[in-house]
Design a protein around this ligand. Sequence first.
Ligand SMILES: [Fe+2]
Ligand SMILES: [Fe+2]
Length: 140
Amino acid sequence: MKKSIETLKGEHEAIRGIFDKVEGCLSVDELDVGNLANLLHDFGKIWDAHELMEENLFHLSQEKGPPFPEETMFLEQHKELRGHWKVLQDAVGSSDDARIKVAIETDGKMLMEKLKSHMGSEDDFFEIMAEKFEGLEESD
Ligand SMILES: [Fe+2]
Ligand SMILES: [Fe+2]
């Protein structure tokens, strides 16, 4: 449990690092689509497994009860984030530079904004969840 949380927090940091680079790319006049596509690829390598690991953890936490409203909220937010991510992946898959640019300016920016706030809330919630699991272990 503690180890999973440490892994997830580390991945949040890695994702923030990628977003900083994406934002750096977006701040220049001429978009480097190739570089942005690579950054999205790096993000996908972390995000897909990250989300799965979190969802397993949130479901486990719900089962161990009492469930917190945060778990349901995070699971709902994952669905929303996946919608933006799908648009980005489809755009990159099309290899159409104009389409990739539009997707990054719209869904990309929304994904980054929403995910940054989501990860911040998760980081806080992990502490609460760890305490819950510690309490359960002690009462076993
Ligand atoms: Fe999450
Ligand atoms: Fe997360």
